[in-house]
Design a protein around this ligand. Structure first.
Ligand SMILES: Nc1ncnc2c1ncn2[C@@H]1O[C@H](COP(=O)(O)OP(=O)(O)O)[C@@H](O)[C@H]1O
Ligand SMILES: [Mg+2]
Length: 218
């Protein structure tokens, strides 16, 4: 199996699709700046992290905006892998610091990354403080950057780190739902859509990720 770093390089070589998704997203948000986009999916492993990384990287390449990608999937963090970054900070440090003290340069101009905490799976995590800390970090990101891309957990099963993507949907300006084509049951995608919209999230669109493992329907 190829890793996320390799996948990101492969996806970035086939940049046209990602550019189209970015253009459609910006259009749906009326070219708002700063803009905060949440990438989520109904189930795990549908390609959220890969898409969030590719969108952030492609947007930064345009050179006209500062971009930050935030890993708010502390249940199963992966954003650091695409950019080959280490998990340097603890939950407490991330929740207590200024955003600028905890983001890492991605290695690409104009793009910073907030990776997950190194103790993300630690049972003593102060989970009650997480939602407030996360909203504060998103507010800072909106202040410091033109585009904020949030990589989040899947909507099902309900995650345990109090970083519910449904809650984050309300904080973001718009939500992209990644669907692994021909794999994720339609009903599950509909339920995810309903949850996002009921929570006040604005669904910008669905990205159909058809890749290996997907059963061809025709
Ligand atoms: N379109 C794609 N092309 C190649 N590899 C992909 C594609 N979509 C997902 N993958 C791979 O599938 C795995 C799961 O993707 P990931 O983005 O981590 O999903 P999620 O964040 O939704 O759990 C990763 O190993 C990723 O590299
Ligand atoms: Mg992921």
């Amino acid at each position: 199996m190829i890793d996320l770093n390799q996948s990101l390089r492969l996806v970035l070589e086939q940049i046209a699709e990602v550019k189209r998704i970015l253009i459609a997203t910006e259009h749906a948000l009326n070219h708002k700046r700063p803009a905060t986009i949440l990438v989520t999916s109904a189930a795990q492993g549908e390609g959220k992290t890969l898409l969030a990384s590719a969108l952030a990287s492609t947007a930064a390449k345009s050179g006209d905006r500062r971009v930050v990608a935030l890993d708010f999937n502390w249940f199963m963090p992966a954003l650091h892998r695409g950019f080959a970054l280490d998990l340097d900070h603890s939950i407490e440090e991330i929740l207590g610091a200024q955003l600028g003290e905890v983001v890492s340069p991605s290695g690409q101009d104009g793009l910073d990354v907030l990776v997950a905490p190194r103790d993300h799976d630690h049972p003593q995590a102060p989970s009650r403080q997480i939602p407030r800390g996360v909203s504060r970090l998103v507010d800072s990101a909106r202040h410091d950057y033109d585009l904020v891309v949030i990589d989040s957990a899947s909507i099902f099963p309900t995650n345990r780190m109090m970083m519910d993507p449904v809650m984050l949907a309300d904080v973001a300006d718009g939500v992209i739902l990644v669907v692994q084509a021909s794999v994720t049951p339609r009903q599950q995608v509909r339920s995810a859509q309903k949850l996002i919209e009921t929570a006040g999230g604005k669904l910008l669109g669905v990205v159909s990720n058809r890749w290996q493992g997907a059963v061809q329907s025709r």
